[in-house]
Design a binder for this molecule. Structure first.
Ligand SMILES: NC(=O)C1=CN([C@@H]2O[C@H](COP(=O)(O)OP(=O)(O)OC[C@H]3O[C@@H](n4cnc5c(N)ncnc54)[C@H](OP(=O)(O)O)[C@@H]3O)[C@@H](O)[C@H]2O)C=CC1
Ligand SMILES: CC(C)(CO)C(=O)C(=O)O
Length: 322
């Protein structure tokens, strides 16, 4: 198998590192300063017990790749960038190769399945940061993280087995699962708080709001008949594989949404996180006022170019009350 890692940020960087170090051929697709840095010096990946620079081929567009039958395409960009990326894959002649969605939320698989027949869902349990070109940090050890994956919408096939083999013994633990989407719906419950952390910062207590966001989502799942699995800290697999630690001289800004704000990316993924709950709520007649408010807040913070932790808790409470 050859891995095409499309979007070499926090997750793509960790994946490219784990696979390259495991002897798998990797081609990254990156852009901007990240592409320049990787081409010049490779990618530095750090975690609480890991600090290495890996080198792998990196291109700026799928058109530069001579695609092969044994390629696995790993989508590692934010959801708002998926459609444009898939169009570039289509233009490059990709048709049958398996496309794995290593992304939060549950919409990427649907976006991909409109265009490609062979789509796989992958639940990413791997907290990582990408803040400087050429550098990615993972926050867990002894593994960077673990993945549940299988064919979309359910089941698994030879492509999943091949990807599991590629990760076997690597810094990322693979789990082939017939119900990977249940893990992804479970993961979405965690990601509903991304926007709270991005707006308020890591030091502020927002547990009460997290619980309310989750309660709305679970009510929506019940109304929609959606199955979900708990992949949070309560997942016993985490004990042996994923202990959160410190990385010397690297401050932790926060999750993927906070990092988008910190990098001034100009967009956040909130429409596909809290917005997914709003969408499902509207489709199934369940009110989701807090997720609605958080979706609006995400759009506002991105529009304003806000920094992470730019809102006081009292301001947020007023905004929710309003
Ligand atoms: N970070 C984390 O801890 C976790 C993230 N996730 C999920 O993983 C997914 C990826 O997140 P994350 O790695 O944090 O995101 P990042 O923003 O760190 O990385 C995505 C990278 O893809 C690049 N990219 C986007 N579109 C293209 C394109 N068309 N061509 C080339 N490069 C492109 C982006 O470039 P640019 O910066 O120029 O936009 C960026 O470098 C998201 O769905 C996220 O929610 C899941 C679990 C944990
Ligand atoms: C759960 C969490 C917060 C881990 O970093 C994540 O998935 C993200 O950052 O989007």
């Amino acid at each position: 198998m050859r891995a095409i890692v499309y979007g070499v940020g926090a997750i793509g960087g960790a994946v490219a590192t784990a696979l390259s170090k495991n002897g798998i051929e990797v081609i990254g697709i990156a852009r901007g300063a990240q592409l320049d840095a990787i081409r010049e010096n490779g990618l530095r990946m750090r975690s609480p017990d890991f600090d290495e620079r890996v080198r792998f081929d990196c291109v700026s567009d799928p058109a530069e790749i001579d695609f092969r039958e044994d390629d696995a395409i790993l989508l590692c960009m934010k959801t708002q960038d998926t459609e444009a990326a898939l169009e570039r894959l289509r233009a490059a002649g990709v048709v049958e190769q398996p496309i794995f969605c290593l992304q939060n939320g549950v919409e990427n698989e649907r976006i991909a399945l409109r265009r490609f027949p062979n789509v796989h869902a992958l639940c990413v349990m791997l907290p990582a940061s990408f803040l400087e070109p050429g550098e990615v940090v993972g926050w867990c050890a002894p593994r960077f993280g673990m993945f549940d994956f299988g064919r979309y919408p359910s089941g698994h096939d030879a492509a999943d087995e091949a990807l599991a083999k590629a990760f076997e013994g690597s810094m990322i633990e693979p789990f082939v699962a017939d119900d990977a989407m249940a893990s992804k719906y479970g993961k979405l419950l965690m990601n509903l708080s991304n926007i709270l952390q991005a707006a308020l910062g890591r030091e502020v207590d927002y547990k009460d709001l997290s619980e309310r966001l989750k309660a709305e989502a679970i009510a929506v799942y019940e109304a929609a008949g959606i199955a979900w699995k708990d992949v949070s800290a309560a997942d016993p697999r985490r004990d042996a594989l994923m202990k959160t630690g410190e990385v010397p001289d690297v401050p932790r800004v926060g999750g993927s949404t906070a990092q988008s704000l910190a990098r001034g990316a100009g967009s956040v993924e909130t429409d596909y996180l809290n917005g997914e709950i709003s969408l499902l709520g509207r489709l199934h007649g369940v009110a989701t006022p807090l997720n609605d408010a958080m979706t609006r807040l995400g759009a506002r913070l991105a529009r304003d170019g806000a920094a992470p932790a730019s809102l006081e808790r009292a301001e947020l409470d007023a905004l929710i009350a309003g």
